[in-house]
Write a protein that binds this ligand. Structure first.
Ligand code: PEP
Ligand code: MN
Length: 361
């Protein structure tokens, strides 16, 4: 992952005291819309203007983007405001058109990252250029697929690479449009610390009210940038209306965010500590969520036992679970004493749940 240092240098060259901010509408709609948003963003921390030209829609019949025509609007916005530009490319023809219109940064959408054939096609089309490419995570929570896409670009000698975390699909409804699964980008960042990591809070949230909190978590996890969908009249946007914010709200968010500076040793220590603590927080939330899921299953077992008039405590099964988890714990460098204490507590909670179920019947 040597090459990603080039993009790091590229980011540093901005001399930004803040994360790289990429902002703009989900979709380019009209020339006036693109220009108006670009001019409003010019007075914020935004460095790069985003706008989708070709929109991948999950179901047909929705607005599928204005197509190549919109590239001219981006070009004009760049001339008038000095902002850099970025758009999504999903095949070699898109790449060709984007290059002809001088788009500065290309991004690979989540539905493209899942397809090695298309990623390869795009990587081949970019061979020998010095374009910056940002690769969104695949729609499904699969680190290997994300890394695979990164590797295909490196192998095609595309040097300036970064990744965008936009959350992952789940079949179950959650409070997010796309579940953040912070552990996946954290794993990616641990393996390739030089690969710039950008958060797309808009597609994770699917709504406006949690954009700030998502951005703050990302900065605490040492992310390098943010890509935020922005529109002067979000409710009337032709796509993703619920999640877009106004340029002035974005401006306020960048003012309110706690930004991590790296100037003194003490600061560096605090930053590292903060990053590690945020990683722990992510894992702790997961632990409690998993415990909740475990107890829901215990409730079902409680009901089943009560219906069949079977005792709640099954000593043989309990000893088997404990033995298995002690062995599992060894593999993760966890002491037997710790596993025993932890599982005793879990087992007790599980018995309480089953008892409550039996009493309610
Ligand atoms: C977008 O950025 O508007 C978009 C379609 O993103 P994703 O590929 O993350 O769904
Ligand atoms: Mn969108």
């Amino acid at each position: 992952m040597e090459n990603s240092k080039d993009l790091r240098k590229w980011l540093d060259a901005f001399g930004l005291q803040h994360p790289l901010v990429i902002a703009g509408p989900c979709s380019a709609e009209t020339e006036e819309q693109v220009l108006k948003i670009a001019h409003q963003l010019k007075d914020t921390d935004t460095t790069v203007l985003r706008a989708g030209i070709w929109k991948p829609r999950t179901r047909p019949g929705n607005f599928e983007g204005v197509g190549a025509l919109g590239l001219k609007w981006l070009q004009r916005a760049k001339e008038e405001t000095g902002l850099m530009t970025t758009t999504e490319v999903a095949n070699a023809n898109h790449v060709d058109l984007a290059l002809k219109h001088d788009v500065d940064i290309l991004w690979i959408g989540a539905r493209t990252t899942v397809s090695p054939f298309i990623v390869q096609e795009i990587a081949d089309a970019l061979k020998g250029t010095d374009k910056t490419v940002l690769i969104k995570n695949p729609v499904n929570p699969d680190l290997a697929l994300w890394l695979g896409a990164v590797e295909r670009f490196y192998t095609a000698d595309v040097k300036n690479l970064g990744v965008i975390h936009r959350g992952f699909s789940t079949y179950e409804k959650t409070s997010y449009r796309n579940n953040p699964e912070w552990q996946i980008p954290i794993d990616l960042q641990n393996r390739f610390p030089d690969l710039p990591l950008i958060l797309d809070p808009s597609h994770i949230a699917g709504r406006r009210d949690i954009i700030f909190d998502l951005c703050q978590t990302a900065l605490d996890l040492n992310y390098d940038g943010l890509m935020v969908e922005t529109h002067y009249d979000p409710d009337k946007a032709w796509s993703d209306a619920k999640q877009q914010i106004t340029p002035s709200r974005l401006d306020q968010i960048t003012v309110d965010l706690r930004i991590r500076k790296k100037d003194t040793n003490e600061m560096e220590f605090k930053n590292q500590l903060n990053t590690l603590r945020t990683q722990i927080d992510v894992i702790d939330n997961k632990v409690v969520e998993m415990m909740g899921k475990r107890m829901k299953i215990a409730d079902k077992i409680g009901g089943l036992k009560a219906d069949n008039n079977i005792a709640i405590l099954q000593v043989k099964r309990w000893n088997e679970v404990l033995g298995r988890m002690i062995l599992e714990g060894e593999g993760h460098k966890l002491s037997e004493e710790f596993i025993l204490k932890m599982y005793k507590a879990i087992h007790q909670e599980s018995i309480n749940h089953q008892q409550n179920i039996a009493n309610d019947l």
